[in-house]
Structures are given as structure tokens and as C-alpha cells.
Write a protein that binds this ligand. Structure first.
Ligand code: TYD
Ligand code: MG
Length: 462
């Protein structure tokens, strides 16, 4: 009998070793190596899979770039503006896509509502839910489409045979962690299984030209568990996240061979599925609270899309000797840096103050152009003076308290104007290359330093 071969695979990064060791040399994590069965003597199932996919018949040969017949990649319209944009204008034929996200965030909902809206034949494999559950979800979404085939199966060989005979326009695997191939003895969800299954699905996708969407769960560190190893196999890595307690969900591409990775899709989870938020600015800021202290409106940019967002700060006297600093939706280190700038360059004493920062709507923001709004919100709360109504800010703050220029200033100004803001505070340096409209519209004010910004905002009250 052929010997069963085993290896030790890291459950975090997927690196494999022939011997057990305490630490994974690849990712540096301890105690993550697990024994896995790599190879099982060639079985009938494996051979038949290869046959079904007619892998042997597809051979390519070296070609000069000039000999390659370039054809504009045909894209499948997903019937969802946000998803189309994040994918770079639709789904490319034969592409291999990984959609990751925490359990319960809405991955199955997003994909099911998309396939049910498509006009073409699709095959949706569910290894997690029963026919009944999926039917109930479809009814809840109000979409019951006849061209979508649901198949609750976890055996990869059977899935591939069905796919080959059904010839769908799109294949969905929900989720990759539940699928198992007979060619490996490891349990479903193990590194070896995930890798094997993904390789076979990749071959299927490339030989048949059918796009495949894999759904994968995220582990506690926030990376796509196990499937981290899939990131270089797939063409597109989509990440679906958001705070479960808020209704907003954000879809972004971490990797995209067919488009930009800067694009962002915003959804709202409703009773009957996910609805695309086409006008995020109007949802993320509230007019009623405009004249409260501690609130500043920032004009942030994600990808090519500007949106206005409410930054909220609360500064109160510290109860303990070490003041508390907490930030939700924003990098705590960056907030501490901004507080240090405020203290050193603008002379505000925050040593005995607790500072809490929150980005409204459960959104996470990393755009440095929100610095100016954050620093103004902190000061506004500390002085208990509201920022005048109809004013928004955009600017990066440097360590010496200078306001540094930011990208795409014109788009940000246009967005603020569209939403009805009266004035926008921007870095003075940006105005060198851009002349705002003189008459009508929004007033654009340039500032050089945080000091100057504060004098401008709180002038009347001081
Ligand atoms: P689900 O798509 O099952 O998450 P995932 O596949 O990422 O694990 O979505 C789960 C949550 O979404 C669930 O807790 C209920 C909620 N939900 C709604 O609020 N409205 C809806 O119409 C649907 C279908 C789900
Ligand atoms: Mg699911």
C-alpha cells in the first residue's frame, strides 16, 4: 500500500514544513503548525475530475506579445452599481474571486441577492445552509429567480461534475472552508483542503471561462483564515466589513487584477437584504446635531469617491491618573499624534483629559485628510464651542502643526458644495494649483497651520 504522506502546515499563513516546530518561520506565529495529510494515493475520483475538466487537452505555447490576440475582456454586469464598481466595471469572464468577511456580516446575502438578480444561469453551492434556509432567505430578499440553481453539496468532485454538465455563467462557492476534495484526507477547512479545492476550482474556471466566486471566513486577526494562501491564487480579493451593530457595510477590493483597489462600495443592511448606498454623504452626517460642540465634518476620500463624514470627539476631565484615550473607526496612534500636536503647537493642555473619538456610522477611516476635522472636533469639545454650521474641513496635519496639501481637492470641494455646505477649510498650498470659483457656490478658505484654523473657526466666539 502506498504510504500516506503528511506535512505540518501553519494555520495562519499556510506555510508548510516537513517537521513540526514551535514557531512558523514564515509568519512568526507560535503553535500554529498542524499535521496534515498531503497525499493520498491517486483515486478514481481524482482521475475523473481531471477527465471532466479535460485538463490534459488544454496546452498553451509560448507567444510573442505581438502575436497575442488582445480582446477586450468581456464583463458580466452584476446588476449592482457598487459591486460593479469595486470589481472594476463588472465581472470578467473566467475570473477567480475571493470574498472574505466576518461570519454574519452579510456575505451570503450579498452574493445570493446578486445571483438572483442576474439574468443568466448561475450555480450557487452552499455548504453551510440547507435548501430550506436558502429558500427562506430568497423569499426574504423578495427575489426568487428561476435561472439560479442552488446545490447544497460539500464534495468538490460532485460540485465540478454538476458545474460541467449544467454550464452556468457563474459559479458561487459558499464557503470554501466547507468544501472537501476526495484527493486529500484532511478535514474540510484545513490548509491542504482549501489549497487543493481552490486549485481544482481555478483550473475549472480557467478552462471553462466561468467566473467563480469563493466565499471565505475571516479569522480573529482579520485576515482571511487559511485562505490567506489563496490570496495569490485568486484574481480579485474582496473584503466585506463593517460594524455588525451598525447597518453600514463596506465592500472593498484588496487586490484586483482587472481594476483599481481604491474603489469602495457602501451598503446598508435592511429587512429585505442589502441596499446600495449611492449617496453616502447624506447618510453619514446629521443636520440636527450640527450646532453641538465636539462635532466636525470631514471630507474624506475613498478611492475616487469623496464623501462627507462626521467626526465626533468628547474631551472630559480624567478620572484616573493616566487619562483614557480611545478611538473608534480611527487609528489610535494617529489620534495620539494629533493630540500631541494640539498640545505642543497650539498650546492646549490635554494631559488631565480623557479623549474619546468616534467616526459616525461605524465607518473606519484611514484617509489622512480627516486630520484637520479630528483635531477641530477635539478642540471644539474641549472648549465646548460648536463649529459654525455649514463648515467642513479637509487637510492633513503635520508634526509641526502645519496643514499639508491633500489629493483631489476639486472633487472634495464639489462634493461639499453638492451637499449644501457654505464653507470648506482646505490647505493653503492646495490653492496654488487650483482657483476656486469666485461667485456663488461654496466659500473655499485656505489655511497654513492648525493655529490659523482654530482662529478662523472659533473667531466669533473668542
Ligand atoms: P449572512 O449573509 O448570513 O452572513 P455571512 O454569510 O457573512 O455569514 O447575513 C447575516 C445577517 O444579515 C443576519 O444576521 C441577518 C441579517 N439580514 C438582514 O438584516 N436582512 C436580510 O434581508 C437578510 C437576508 C439578512
Ligand atoms: Mg454565509
Amino acid at each position: 500500500m502506498a504510504k500516506v504522506k503528511t506535512c505540518y502546515a501553519c494555520s495562519d499563513c499556510g506555510a508548510t514544513y516537513s517537521k513540526w516546530q514551535g514557531q512558523c518561520h514564515s509568519c512568526g506565529n507560535w503553535n500554529t503548525l498542524e499535521e496534515e495529510i498531503v497525499h493520498k494515493p491517486k483515486s478514481k475520483a481524482e482521475e475523473s475530475t481531471a477527465l471532466a475538466l479535460s485538463l490534459e487537452t488544454t496546452k498553451s505555447k509560448p507567444l510573442k506579445l505581438s502575436q497575442i490576440q488582445a480582446s477586450e475582456q468581456e464583463r458580466l454586469d452584476m446588476g449592482d452599481v457598487e459591486l460593479n464598481r469595486v470589481l472594476g466595471g463588472g465581472l470578467v469572464q473566467g475570473s477567480f474571486i475571493l470574498l472574505g468577511g466576518e461570519p454574519g456580516i452579510g456575505k451570503s446575502t450579498l452574493i445570493l441577492q446578486t445571483v438572483l438578480r442576474l439574468n443568466s444561469r448561475t450555480l450557487y453551492i452552499s455548504g453551510e445552509e440547507s435548501y430550506n434556509q436558502i429558500k427562506m432567505r430568497g423569499e426574504r430578499l423578495g427575489l426568487l429567480h428561476d435561472e439560479c440553481f442552488i446545490y447544497t453539496e460539500t464534495n468538490l468532485e460532485r460540485i465540478l461534475h454538476t458545474a460541467v454538465s449544467l454550464e452556468p455563467k457563474l459559479l458561487v462557492i459558499d464557503s470554501i472552508q466547507t468544501i472537501q476534495t476526495e484527493s486529500s484526507d484532511s478535514s474540510a477547512g484545513s490548509i491542504v483542503q482549501i489549497r487543493e479545492c481552490a486549485n481544482l476550482l481555478l483550473k475549472y474556471s480557467k478552462t471553462s471561462g466561468v467566473p467563480v466566486i469563493l466565499i471565505g471566513h475571516i479569522n480573529k486577526e482579520g485576515s482571511i483564515a487559511g485562505p490567506k494562501i489563496l490570496e495569490h491564487t485568486v484574481d480579485v480579493v474582496l473584503q466585506f466589513d463593517g460594524d455588525k451593530h451598525y447597518m453600514y457595510r463596506i465592500l472593498r477590493a484588496n487586490k484586483n487584477r482587472f481594476g483599481s483597489t481604491n474603489e469602495l462600495g457602501i451598503y446598508e443592511m435592511q429587512q429585505n437584504g442589502l441596499r446600495a448606498v449611492e449617496n453616502p454623504s447624506e447618510h453619514l452626517i446629521s443636520r440636527e446635531r450640527a450646532n453641538l460642540s465636539g462635532i466636525a465634518i470631514a471630507v474624506a476620500m475613498e478611492g475616487a469617491r469623496p464623501f462627507l463624514i462626521e467626526t465626533q470627539a468628547l474631551v472630559s476631565s480624567a478620572v484616573y491618573a493616566t487619562p483614557q484615550r480611545s478611538a473608534t473607526g480611527y487609528d489610535l496612534k494617529r489620534m495620539n499624534m494629533l493630540l500631541a500636536v494640539l498640545e505642543k503647537r497650539a498650546g492646549f493642555k490635554l494631559i488631565q483629559k480623557d479623549v474619546f473619538l468616534n467616526i459616525a456610522g461605524g465607518i473606519k477611516i484611514a484617509d489622512p485628510s480627516t486630520d484637520l476635522a479630528i483635531i477641530s472636533a477635539v478642540l471644539s469639545s474641549s472648549l465646548d464651542l460648536a463649529i459654525p454650521e455649514g463648515v467642513c474641513l479637509a487637510g492633513e496635519v503635520g508634526l509641526s502643526g502645519e496643514v499639508r496639501p491633500i489629493s483631489r481637492i476639486e472633487q472634495r470641494i464639489l462634493e461639499a458644495e453638492r451637499i449644501g455646505f457654505k464653507a470648506i477649510i482646505v490647505p493653503q498650498d492646495n490653492l496654488k494649483s487650483f482657483t476656486p470659483k469666485k461667485e456663488g457656490g461654496i466659500r473655499v478658505v485656505g489655511v497654513r497651520s492648525v493655529d490659523e484654523t482654530f482662529r478662523l473657526i472659533f473667531r466669533k466666539s473668542n
